[in-house]
Design a protein around this ligand. Structure first.
Ligand SMILES: *Cc1c(COP(=O)(O)O)cnc(C)c1O
Length: 400
């Protein structure tokens, strides 16, 4: 059975089944034990003082956390990985591990909103300056470096607006200047994009989304290469970030089926996206895996698949029309997060969270997450709701 590293030649779906299953941890069972622990006992006072044990305290690791950490380490091809209580805490850990007072960080303008909030509050209070940059900047990021720029934070495609980023070009510039590169890889997951193989030092994933896959657990992962791993591990321990064993177990269970879920959701997502692109009301579909999308070439070059999360713009529509469309959907829930088995729709408000490149759109932006439903049902649902908006508008016009 698997000793880390010996499955490198296997295909991604096969690796997802085998990772994190060390028989020294699981014994004869298929799955690891769910170990609930704070205190860990030692044989003697000397053993405790000398830290002479694999496990010393619940927060510092258990067989359950070992199983998921080693699984993530393997699929990220990283030096090591840690688990955090949410995707946001994984992102903030990655940043905190790399900066000190007086440093500057470059953060992509399309970053996940709560990470921007962290940068504008906590980082600022720490005396770390933040510059936001155009997601499409590529190697042009060189012109934004200053003396103490020590970190570049990327996310591709961007939250809500789905711009792709040229990670290898950005990483090459950053490393020339001695800066570290963090990539939030929640959209593509390590299955469809390998940040470290494309030049990043640290890969962050909100496991809450596709890894967990069932909308029932919050969890984040941080994987790092040799140059950043010690700092990540040390900062993770110092901050006391620990995840409960039941949540870890559910994330590991989700990981086993991630390849098959993503394959289906990705195909359904593209089917719905293509259907929307053919609607006269829709002026733009924001999906990097659609030919014609501004990020398509980068997506094709760097990623091996696409998530089922994308946006579309309704040209000339009012916000009320867009809300009527969302409220009229029967099969799409209205709510934050994504990556579960069920479809979701939200009205995306972007303008207030862009500062480097103002968001300009010809109408409201809706973000869809496509789940495991039959895409024909989802399309029929959308079609019905589009028709309802037209009816509501006609009724409004008569009332005027
Ligand atoms: C959801 C999300 C996060 C945060 O994950 P939580 O588990 O909700 O804290 C971070 N980055 C991206 C891109 C996300 O979509």
């Amino acid at each position: 059975m698997s000793v880390p590293g010996d499955d490198d030649d296997l295909r991604p779906a096969t690796r997802l089944v085998r990772v994190g299953r060390d028989p020294r941890v699981t014994g004869p069972f298929v799955n690891p034990p769910v170990v609930h622990a704070s205190t860990v006992l030692f044989e003697s006072a000397d053993d405790m003082l000398g830290n002479r044990q694999r496990y010393v305290y619940g927060r510092r690791g258990t067989p359950t956390s070992d199983a998921l950490e080693s699984a993530i380490t393997e699929i990220e091809d990283s030096a090591g990985a840690v688990l955090c209580p949410s995707g946001l805490s994984a992102a903030t850990l990655a940043i905190l591990a790399c900066v000190e007072s007086g440093d500057r960080v470059l953060i992509v303008d399309s970053v996940y909103g709560p990470v921007r909030h962290f940068a504008d509050t906590v980082l600022k209070r720490m005396g770390v300056s933040v510059d936001y940059y155009d997601p499409c900047i590529g190697a042009g990021i060189a012109s934004l470096f200053r003396d103490r720029t020590t970190l570049v934070y990327c996310e591709a495609p961007g939250s809500l607006t789905f711009e792709m980023q040229d990670i290898p070009a950005i990483a090459a510039v950053a490393h020339e200047r001695g800066a570290r590169v963090v990539v939030d890889n929640t959209w593509a997951t390590p299955l469809y994009f390998k940040p470290l193989a494309h030049g990043a030092d640290i890969a962050v994933v909100a496991g809450t989304k596709y890894i967990v896959g069932h909308s029932d657990v919050m969890l984040g992962t941080v994987a790092a290469n040799d140059s950043a791993w010690r700092q990540i591990k040390e900062t993770h321990g110092t901050l006391g970030l620990a995840v409960g064993p039941d949540d870890i177990y559910l994330a590991l269970r989700g990981l086993r089926t991630m390849a098959v879920r993503l394959e289906r959701q990705s195909a359904s997502g593209l089917e719905v996206a293509r259907w929307l692109a053919g609607r006269s009301e829709v002026s733009r579909v924001l999906h990097p895996a659609l030919p014609g999308d501004p990020g398509y070439d980068l997506w094709r070059r760097d990623m091996t698949g696409a998530a089922s999360l994308f946006g579309f713009v309704l040209a000339g529509w009012s916000e009320t029309d867009a809300k009527t469309l969302i409220d009229g959907l029967r099969l799409f829930g209205i709510g934050a997060s994504w990556g579960g088995y069920e479809s979701l729709a939200i009205l995306a408000k972007v303008r207030h969270i862009r500062t480097a490149v103002p968001w300009r759109a010809e109408g409201p932006l809706i973000r869809l997450h496509i789940g495991l439903e039959d895409p024909a049902d989802l399309i029929a649902d959308l079609e019905r709701s589009f028709a309802a908006v037209v009816t509501a508008r006609a009724a409004d016009d008569t009332a005027d």
